[in-house]
Design a protein around this ligand. Sequence first.
Ligand code: GLP
Length: 242
Amino acid sequence: MKITITENEKAFANAAAWRIIGQILRKQRSVIGLSTGRTTGELHRTVAKIHKKYPFDVSEVTFFGQDEVVGVQREYFGSCWKMLKTELIDDIGTDDGHFLMLPVKSDDYSKDCKEFIEELESRGGIDLLIIGIGENGHIGFNQPGSAFGSGCRVSVMYPELEARIRRETGTPDNVELGGVTLGLKDVMTARKIVAVAKGTTKAEIVKRIVEGPVSEEVPASVLQLHPDCEFILDKDAASKLD
Ligand code: GLP
């Protein structure tokens, strides 16, 4: 794995943003997967800013989200759809046909998941996947213990996120919340992966992911087996690496 350690917040966002832009400049019909959360917001906004200043053609690029919360309104500001729309998609003018997301509500998630993966495949498969690393080593909603062979499905949230979403949306305990996510098997089909992490709270897990054994207890450790994976870290997230 390649590890890039950046000096500060701006360099971190720039490095990751240029991985996305570089992919688009190399291949206009790229299929690019994105993650949401605290780590990726600024890098998305950086892509949008660069696009505004130096316009490049994104009309044939397909963007998609690697995961989505289920059981909330899509317009809720914490849904992955809403975050990606406001951080990037609307600003660069990507239309609905080129922005694919798993649903927040459905009567048949397994059908939706199957169709989602088929749609990505029909567009040529995933060229680049940006992965935000969770504090417990999750990828998307693949929590510790997820099988490396797992496919796209509804999984559980990690407790901190679930508590926050319940608080922000007023969702009562008797209404189930979860996350629909690419499986680890789907993640590994990406031609190129860029995993991103910043802050001291990620330092310990980054060390386990990069230097520890490959284990389903640390889902992101599977990335050690990927032929083209780069980690972009800030100094804090990299602080425990040997
Ligand atoms: C959630 C999101 C993921 C994201 C991860 C890391 O699980 N659904 O897409 O990668 O959290 O979030 P953060 O960057 O806020 O730590």
